[in-house]
Design a protein around this ligand. Structure first.
Ligand code: SAH
Length: 282
């Protein structure tokens, strides 16, 4: 098989952000469908609510949004829970779009978006009440470093919240070989990624020092999202082709089919994670 070139995460998000707005809407994550009637925008905001409520976010929670996309989760969190948020992303395009939206909505005094690497974010120790990683951890291969950095910047007795696609079980070498074509398409569409099992997240978070680690499987509510992405592609096809080569749209549609197949075969799932930093002495 010809060797495919998978773009690095930064170039990927700089390239896809404009076109993805016509497919995903403003939230670059899956939805939480409480019913079939929900629209994609309602469901993606509902996922933000699920995670916010899992972490009991209030107006006093100073939030670090790690992998902030084009800012919508941070803007929504501020609108609904009135908390201050700093969003970081590795994509300059994401910072630009998020900052523009923030200024348009009049929140520049409470929210900020900055270019920073989640693996070395540059913030002082113990400076946030919540570290929020919404569908960004799969992009970071070095989860140990990500969790250590998240732990470091959290104040004592504070919470890390995360949601992402998970592996339902470990794949053996033969399965990885047999699925190599599908895995490559997923990476071409989502950028370089490393999904892990719930179990592996739990172990890594505990090893990083977190004391309470809770996981919630919401696969059933999340996977209806793909049908909405397909519908958006069909409704916005002309606009998307001006931003994306046709071949990329075909790959995106294939990735929707593969993701659904992996979900049906109990290979992929979607979940929420809450992890608490206890009291530390230093
Ligand atoms: N949380 C957002 C975006 C999810 S897409 C939302 O739900 O809408 C994943 C995001 O993670 C992108 O913004 C990408 O730029 C960011 N990201 C990936 N790797 C990163 C890293 N190492 N440091 C900072 N941001 C990163």
């Amino acid at each position: 098989m010809q060797r495919e070139i998978i773009p690095d995460v930064k170039s990927h998000y700089n390239f896809v952000s404009d076109a993805w707005r016509f497919i995903f809407g403003e939230n670059f994550h899956l939805g939480f469908f409480r019913s079939e009637e929900m629209s994609l925008d309602e469901a993606t905001n509902a996922l933000t609510d699920e995670l916010a409520q899992l972490g009991a976010i209030t107006k006093n929670s100073k939030v670090l949004d790690v992998g902030c996309g084009i800012g919508e989760p941070a803007l929504y969190l501020h609108e609904k829970y009135h908390c201050p948020v700093i969003g970081i992303t590795i994509s300059a395009k994401g910072v630009d779009l998020a900052t523009k939206k923030c200024e348009e909505r009049g929140y520049a005094h409470m929210l900020q978006f900055q270019l920073a690497d989640a693996l070395d974010n540059g913030f002082p120790d113990k400076s946030f009440d919540v570290v929020w990683a919404m569908e960004s951890s799969h992009s970071m291969k070095d989860k140990e470093k990500l969790f250590a950095e998240n732990y470091r910047v959290l104040k004592d007795n504070s919470t890390m919240l995360l949601c992402d696609m998970f592996l339902k079980r470990e794949l053996n070498e033969m399965e990885i070989f047999n699925y190599r074509r599908e895995i490559t398409i997923l990476e071409k569409v989502c950028g370089k990624a490393k999904a892990e099992t719930f179990d592996s997240y739990q172990k890594r978070l505990k090893a990083a020092g977190f004391i309470e680690v809770e996981t919630v499987d919401i696969s059933e509510q999340a996977f209806p999202t793909m049908a909405h992405w397909r519908k958006n592609i069909s409704n916005n096809y002309e606009k998307i082709t001006q931003l994306f080569p046709k071949e990329k749209i075909d790959e995106f549609l294939m990735a929707c089919d593969i993701t659904e197949k992996f979900y049906r075969n109990s290979i992929l799932g979607y979940g929420l994670v809450r992890a608490v930093k206890g009291h530390t002495t230093t």
